[in-house]
Design a protein around this ligand. Structure first.
Ligand SMILES: [Zn+2]
Length: 422
């Protein structure tokens, strides 16, 4: 009997509190407004380089935050970066954990690409530029906070909602375009990223980082007839190196490297910023020059450094006769490493989804995600990402949002924010 009582108690504790039921109710009540706002935001083109469009999205979103008691500010960037800047909406208090919520205003769709105005494809699916990535995610943040506000549950909490204007094509140098972002995140305890969700029961506790490399190979120019006796030339050697990278490193979990451009010949003028080349050569001339440029994606710094060391060894040793090579590495976005702190957040979220009746939440495969803004701050605060809207085909024309899961994902976010700020 005693056992039965405690089981019952436990079951009861699993359910939502009175306040939490109100939050869920508020989310549902507001859905028509949320969908209307989604339509409005999707129909404003905000390709990263469309500065006016990105600002316009920030303006619409900023007003919504102000109406629920947030202070907003626009972070400007130097003109040389050619980016719109970022929207920050914040509220300071003393209750619970200090949260840093991450969205972005821009999309990959520039104004010269075919337009795709918001439209419903069926009862549960809509399409439109950024519907999922990530105007839908931005609205998960807003609608969750609106639901908490209407229930009077935002009093004295500390929340910063940060919407970058250049997530899809980050302004260079990154130390400038992300300086304010990193500074504000450091003042928080927890960062929650609202990039695309993979259903109701998955979240990202880790994301891969991205970096670059450039291989330059030199050979001795000469008559093609002497290629196997006088020196193999730059093209054979570059091919050997790239193929050896694949043979020796392609089995490692979470590690990928993709040669994006491969050029070689007698005359090679290469513009690495734009990845363009002017190349010429002759079939009867052994190529003196080859260049390959690619990316390198990794989960941890340790993995990145180990891969670089191996690639360097492959490029600099056992070169084919008459050739030599050099390889340069560049940092881009750090990885969001799987940490204890991130796993603790996963447990809180898993209880939220279980209590909502959606079932528990698991960590997704870090290999299935690219790098994102949250990665810049992952070493300073505990992080979760993938809390946004769900859908298909992000970055592709015809991207869709799942409207059936949308309210549930907002409920999930609202309860997570609520529990973390108590
Ligand atoms: Zn995104």
């Amino acid at each position: 009997m005693l056992l039965l009582t405690s089981v019952l108690k436990y079951t009861k504790a699993q359910k939502l509190t009175h306040e939490e039921r109100r939050i869920v109710h508020n989310v549902n009540k507001k859905m028509p407004h949320t969908i209307q706002l989604l339509k409005e935001l999707v129909n404003i083109n905000s390709g990263t380089l469309n500065i006016e469009g990105v600002k316009k999205v920030g303006e619409v979103l900023g007003k919504q935050f102000e109406s629920i008691g947030f202070t907003t500010t626009w972070v400007t960037l130097p003109d040389s970066l050619k980016r719109a800047g970022h929207l920050v909406a914040y509220k300071k208090g003393h209750r619970g954990k200090k949260l840093f919520l991450i969205g972005h205003l821009d999309t990959v769709f520039e104004p010269d690409m075919p337009a795709n105005p918001y439209r419903k494809l069926n009862d549960t699916t809509a399409t439109g530029q950024g519907a999922n990535d990530m105007k839908g995610g931005d609205l998960v943040i807003l609608a969750a906070l609106q639901a908490l506000q209407s229930a009077g549950l935002l009093k004295d909490v500390s929340i910063t909602a940060y919407f970058t204007g250049d997530e899809e094509k980050t302004g260079i140098p990154i130390e400038v375009s992300r300086a304010d972002f990193i500074e504000r995140a450091k003042q928080s305890d927890i960062a929650l990223g609202f990039e695309g969700a993979q259903g109701l029961n998955t979240v990202a506790t880790a994301r891969r980082g991205a970096s670059g490399w450039k291989l330059k190979v030199y050979g001795k120019q000469g008559h093609s007839g002497g290629i196997f006796s006088n020196g193999y030339g730059a093209i054979y050697e570059a091919a050997r190196i790239i193929n050896t990278f694949r043979e020796e490193l392609s089995e490692e979990q979470y590690l990928t490297f993709n040669p994006g451009v491969f050029v070689g010949g007698s005359e090679v003028v290469y513009d690495s910023a734009n990845m363009r080349a002017d190349v010429s050569g002759k079939t009867n001339i052994i190529s003196p020059s080859a260049i390959v440029q690619g990316d390198l994606r990794f989960l941890t710094d340790k993995q990145k450094e180990a891969a670089r060391a191996k690639m360097k060894t492959i490029a600099l040793t056992n070169n084919l006769a008459g050739t030599r090579a050099e390889i340069l590495f560049t940092d881009n976005i750090p990885g969001m490493e799987p940490t204890e702190g991130n796993n603790r957040l996963l447990k809180v979220l898993s209880k939220v989804t279980a209590d909502l009746g959606f079932g528990p939440t698991k960590a997704g495969d870090p290999g299935s995600r690219g790098a994102g803004d949250i990665s810049y701050i992952a070493k300073y605060v505990d992080c979760l990402d993938g809390l946004g809207a769900s859908g298909r085909g992000a970055h592709a024309p015809g991207e869709t949002i799942n409207l059936a899961e949308f309210p549930q994902l907002i409920q999930r976010a609202a309860l997570l924010i609520y529990r973390l700020t108590r």
